[in-house]
Design a protein. Structure first.
Length: 117
């Protein structure tokens, strides 16, 4: 599967952005999907995940109540709705996919999110 993330940009504190991740090359619905982020000088960290076919969602505590992960299998697209953004959310955001029953993880190229104070 090939992944392409987009939708990042510059936003003020308290603003919102919606990231998208378009998938191609395989059946999107059989992939568990996730968003990760990497801030300058820091390791990549998990943000949120969603199971196959509108399955269970998970998110890290620092974004709970502010970020919502979702997917549209008909459009082969993963989303991350980010509200109440904070400067510490500034990072490159990556989408990732793992096929159900497999272990290999696929990565998109990342999209930059910058939150100004």
């Amino acid at each position: 599967v090939q992944l392409q993330a987009f939708g990042g940009g510059l936003v003020q504190t308290g603003g919102s952005l919606r990231l998208s991740c378009a998938a191609s090359g395989d059946t999107f619905s059989v992939y568990n999907m996730a968003w990760y982020r990497q801030a300058p000088g820091k390791e990549r960290e998990f943000v949120a995940a969603i199971g196959t076919n509108f399955g269970t969602t998970y998110s890290t505590d620092v974004v709970k109540g502010r970020f919502t992960i979702s997917r549209d299998n008909a459009k082969n697209t993963l989303y991350l709705q980010m509200n109440s953004l904070k400067p510490e959310d500034t990072a490159v955001y990556f989408c990732a996919a793992v096929k159900e029953g497999e272990q290999r993880q696929y990565w998109g190229q990342g999209t930059q999110v910058t939150v100004s104070s």
